[in-house]
Design a protein around this ligand. Structure first.
Ligand code: TPP
Ligand code: SF4
Ligand code: MG
Length: 321
């Protein structure tokens, strides 16, 4: 936990206040236009160099392949289900070394899980639940590209209704592709009452930075779900990542919010949401909803879900429209 009175932890108001120094350097094996990496890069600017990233197998494992690493901090690789348990081990070891005087308290590091949605929403849910329950002082950064990306885009429980994946192809009996709805991880995590919980988007860097700055003042589990547009898996031109990241928020599909001690605040509420179609259209994973014939029912269902979510937000919080 950093000193909350430090001026470095004050909320920022403009892009120029974001640190210029990079803590994840370029030149990795990650795809160009990776939205998850853009979000992690911004997060690392707040976390700084004193970090140990604990990574569950996934796309981002390719960031640090021995003997190369783009991180100024350290890196530990774990199995998909055990990153939070790995984080517990690292945190405990640091605490013991500090207590024995073998590591100076000033040299303590932030322990940061970096994991994809397949790991986070599915395989590692149990280990993470345990770590949050124990009040582990750690960060969790889930880059949500809504599929098991590294192995060829299989459906995860973060895959949204209507998206086509390798394991949910479009067929006579599944005209929408994925027929399941996305699991509400935010609410699952919120029920654990972590110190801090937020959603972030790489296209909203001030919002993202301020959330990490706020979390840095707190001890305990600090959990983030990053919207991670994925050109390779969502089938769009890599130069459009920022556009899809913005559209996800402007259509209301991806809500920017935080929860402190369980109390939810929406940190950005567009005055008027754009139709979901603007986000869906153009992504190859949704092409079947528009071609060769328009699947009105599926598009309507997606719009309805988003409308219902925001109607509930306005009803319960009185948030301005
Ligand atoms: C228990 C287990 N099953 C399967 C795999 C193979 N595997 C490696 S990466 C990966 C995809 C992980 O998906 P996600 O967590 O969403 O991260 P992404 O690849 O999308 O970045 C899979 C299935 C594995 N490493 N461990
Ligand atoms: S497949 Fe998607 S999430 Fe994975 S590195 Fe490429 S763009 Fe990023
Ligand atoms: Mg994934």
């Amino acid at each position: 936990m950093s000193d909350p009175t430090s001026p470095e932890l004050r909320a920022i108001k403009n892009l120029k206040q974001i640190a210029r120094e990079e803590f994840i350097l370029p030149g990795t094996a990650i795809c160009g236009g990776c939205g998850g990496l853009a979000a992690l890069r911004l997060a690392a600017k707040v976390l700084g160099p004193k970090t140990v990233f604990v990574n569950a197998a996934g796309c981002f494992t390719l960031l640090a392949t021995f003997p190369y690493t783009p991180f100024k901090g350290s890196w530990l690789y774990t199995t998909m289900a055990s990153a939070a348990a790995g984080a517990q081990g690292v945190r405990d070891a640091l605490d013991v070394l500090i207590a024995r005087g073998k590591v100076a308290a000033a040299d303590d590091v932030e322990v940061v899980v970096v994991a994809g949605d397949g790991s986070t929403y599915d395989m590692a849910l149990s280990a993470t639940s345990g770590a949050i329950f124990r009040g582990l002082d750690f960060w969790y950064f889930c880059y949500d590209n809504e599929s098991y990306g590294n192995t060829g885009m299989q459906m995860s429980s973060a895959t949204p209704y209507g998206a086509r994946t390798l394991t949910t192809p479009v067929g006579e009996h599944a005209r929408a592709g994925t027929e399941h709805g996305k699991k509400d991880l935010f609410e699952i995590w919120r029920a654990h009452r972590p110190a801090y919980l937020a959603t972030v988007s790489p296209r909203f860097p001030i919002d993202l930075t301020n959330k990490f700055l706020k979390a840095k003042q707190l001890r305990g589990p600090k959990l983030f779900i990053a919207h991670a547009p994925c050109p390779t898996g969502w089938l769009y031109d890599p130069e459009l990542t920022a556009d899809y990241a913005r559209l996800a928020v402007e259509t209301g599909i991806f809500a920017l919010k935080e929860a402190v001690d369980g109390v939810v605040t929406h940190t950005y509420v567009p005055r008027r949401h754009r139709p979901v179609e603007e986000y869906l259209r153009g992504q190859g994973r949704y092409r079947h909803l528009f071609e060769p014939v328009r699947n009105e029912e599926a598009i309507h269902k997606i719009q309805e879900q988003v409308d219902r979510y925001w109607a509930n937000v306005h009803e319960t919080t009185g948030a301005a429209r």
